[in-house]
Ligand binder design. Structure first.
Ligand code: NI
Length: 177
């Protein structure tokens, strides 16, 4: 299982909903969690490993040293706060960069768990809040670059070009020249 790296057009595809009971998702999610931990990520969306289905894995529990990955199938933001917060964000598909990305301060996300039972996540002002929005963007074919205004995007793409030329790998949050 390999991480798809931007600007691969695979990352810009809108993913299809997971069919109820599609057990391949459970197997794939286990592998995805391994890839996520191995590369020091806190979230990974299926299209980042070349699968165009709507599911994500994440582990935003920074207090807990034990890996506790969560699988969320067909996630959807059903409600959000009133404010936008900008903060530094990385992506395993965009190695070597940390970008200031605007996100909702709070979100309510629904979806299905590994038993295909409905779950709800409410997150406010924390890593989970940001991670959920980031990973759901991936399912809609959006990377961090598409969240930036045109000028910031040009600067970020230039920085990214530099990072790639200097051998940035998934999990790198900056480039040491
Ligand atoms: Ni990402």
């Amino acid at each position: 299982m390999k991480i798809v790296i931007a600007p691969d057009p695979e990352l810009r595809r809108v993913c299809d909903p997971v069919e109820p009971g599609d057990s391949s998702v459970i197997r794939t999610a286990k592998q995805m969690a391994k890839v996520m931990y191995r590369n020091s990520g806190c979230g990974l969306a299926a299209p980042q490993v070349g699968i165009h289905k709507r599911f994500i894995v994440f582990d935003c529990d920074v207090e807990n040293e034990e890996p506790t990955p969560t699988l969320l199938i067909n996630p959807e933001i059903v409600d959000h706060g009133d404010e936008i917060i900008r903060s530094g964000e990385g992506c395993l598909s965009i190695p070597g960069l940390t970008l200031e990305i605007p996100r909702w301060d709070a979100v309510k996300v629904t979806g299905l768990d590994e038993n295909f039972e409905e779950v709800v996540f409410e997150a406010e002002g924390n890593l989970l809040c940001r991670c959920l929005q980031h990973e759901i963007d991936h399912l809609n074919g959006m990377t961090m670059f598409e969240r930036l205004d045109p000028l910031a995007r040009i600067a970020a793409l230039r920085e990214y070009q530099y990072a790639l030329e200097h051998g940035a790998r998934p999990g790198d949050v900056e480039v040491h020249a």
